[in-house]
Design a protein around this ligand. Sequence first.
Ligand code: A3P
Length: 304
Amino acid sequence: MTESAQEVMTSSWSSAVIDGIMYPPYVTRETLERMKNYETREDDVWIVTYPKAGTHWIREIVSLIYVDGEVEAIDRNEYCRPLEFGDMLIDKQPRPSSYPSSQSFKSPRTLVTHIPEDLLPRQIKEGKGKVVYVIRNPKDSAVSNWFFLKDRRKEYAVKWDTYIQDVLEGKASYGPWYKHVKQYWERHRTDKNFIFVHYEDFKKDHRNGVIKLAEFIGHPLSDEAIDKVVKHSSLEGMSRTHHTAVSNTNGSSVGLPKKVGAPKIIRKGVVGDWKNYFTVSQSELLDSISRKELDGTGINVTYE
Ligand code: A3P
């Protein structure tokens, strides 16, 4: 690999730099603008995250809660990619025709987005629809994203050092982690239709996380149903069910091309993998940025 991450990003992502923020190449200004006016529903549950925070995990938990843990009852046809991808092209090919429009999903919908707070649908900000905002520590998120990008596209097969340098300089997809998390937190932490959850808390107490989410979305569960939700949303459970859903449909019904499907979404699924990649100085630099950005905000970040 001779190109630096910066060159790679600048050259292949330039078409998706919108208002100074870098997005995956298939995000357009038009789809971002459309997000602001997206028609929400009272019973929507939006999983909102900075990428690699455990979006698919929390989404699977919410989907499982609605079906009382009966995993086969989840309608995988109504399983969309982040909404800002819009009526997207995948690798410059038209989206699979069976990729459904989220507006035709039946209620209650479980929707996903990574958009910065400025672009969140106005109706959500007015209280129509619920939001689960998932926070994962920025070091593990960065490692996870690096694996995701480098496996996904040849041009991202950059060295860790060059990739993390860009992240430390705030040149990451969807903008800097801090800005994303802080804007949501500062603007919505007291809103009744928002809940902020931590990936690390779910790792520590999966069952309690499920109970909390079930309460938030207004679908309390029996003990037996909680057990089923926990079982099917475990790493092992999801490796079977999530993966099968994608493989069975060749990815099309879940809007995922097979090559970027479930196997890439579930990797290690642990807290603290960052220690295997960050050098001491990279870690210290990120810690000092964290102190500057997070001190006094009340946002707690757990690294192990
Ligand atoms: P790692 O790459 O650190 O393993 P997202 O869904 O936002 O893209 O996040 C992907 C991350 O969530 C990956 O992290 C993945 O392994 C982890 N993940 C997915 N399913 C999980 C599960 N059931 N339990 C714990 N982590 C999970």
